[in-house]
Design a protein around this ligand. Structure first.
Ligand code: NAI
Length: 258
């Protein structure tokens, strides 16, 4: 799909993979709404790429709606990329046999609320706006890309909440693509492996940790770059025959239990 002159919403665009996606979309001529919790970084990026920042917490339907309206004001909203997400690491039970030591249920709920329900809420609202557009010459009205994780398939010890949230994103990929097909909207999901973003922290310690992590990748033995993920997201948007699919971009890694 040609996105030149169209508008696009990228959630989680103030950092990491979402930021790289926002830059590549803008380079293709899209008007990008940088939708994120982080105002300072989001505003700076929006200014740099000629887009607009929208303060969005993806657990807030009203804020997603405002971002959809802002995007529709910039051009036909043809693209949504859901990159907002958080991690959480905790085992299902504690070591001392106490109920209080079991997995924090509020944390489990929060991870699902942001990574899974927030993704679906953005999809249903953006796709509603897309459905009202005139189709392009290829008959398409829009394209949506979600960010899952290889943890949807090979969740590690302590990843119950995160894997459940990303597994949910993978699970809804085909049914939602089917729902949106009548409107000419495609939906795909990208499942990143270990990607070098602020998610692993910053500084010397973080660099050493990331180098160690990189050794477990099949080939190349390093973390992925946000641009390598963004490139796949752009292909999902560009390629009119890609639909209802989840694509791992992970250097061939299969995560061990820990
Ligand atoms: P990041 O931490 O660099 O960026 C995530 C962005 O999401 C941040 O700007 C943050 O402010 C925003 N965000 C968090 N909660 C939000 C909320 N409630 N509403 C709106 N924005 C919110 O992380 P990264 O690495 O770029 O991750 C992007 C996506 O890719 C996430 O969904 C993550 O789970 C997924 N992913 C990342 C991997 C990695 O190794 N970096 C591996 C697999 C998946």
């Amino acid at each position: 799909m040609d996105i030149n002159g169209a508008s696009a919403i990228v959630t989680g665009a103030a950092s990491g993979i979402g930021e790289a996606v926002a830059r590549q979309l803008a380079a293709q001529g899209a008007h990008v709404v940088v939708a994120d919790l982080q105002a300072e970084k989001g505003e700076a990026l929006a200014q740099e790429i000629g887009g607009v920042f929208a303060q969005v917490d993806v657990t807030r339907t009203d804020q997603i709606e405002a971002a959809v309206r802002a995007a529709s004001g910039l051009g036909p909203l043809r693209v949504l990329v859901n990159s907002a997400g958080i991690g959480w690491a905790q085992r299902t039970i504690g070591r001392d046999g106490e109920f209080d030591s079991a997995h924090d249920l509020a944390a489990f709920t929060k991870v699902i609320a942001i990574n899974l329900i927030g993704t679906f809420d953005a999809i249903r609202l953006a796709a509603t706006a897309m459905s009202t557009l005139e189709p392009t010459a290829s008959g398409e009205r829009g394209a949506i890309v979600n960010m899952a994780s290889v943890a949807a398939f090979d969740g590690q010890i302590g990843q119950a909440a995160y894997s459940a949230s990303k597994g949910g994103v993978v699970g809804m990929t085909l049914p939602v693509a089917r729902d949106l097909s009548a409107a000419g909207i495609r939906l795909n999901t990208v499942a990143p492996g270990l990607i070098d973003t602020p998610i692993y922290g910053e500084g010397e310690g973080a660099e050493a940790f990331k180098a160690k992590l990189g050794e477990s990748v099949l080939f190349p033995k390093r973390l992925g770059q946000p641009e390598e993920l963004a490139s796949m997201v752009l292909e999902c948007i560009r390629n009119p025959y890609l639909n209802g699919e989840t694509i791992r971009v992970d250097g061939g890694i299969r995560m061990p239990p820990k």
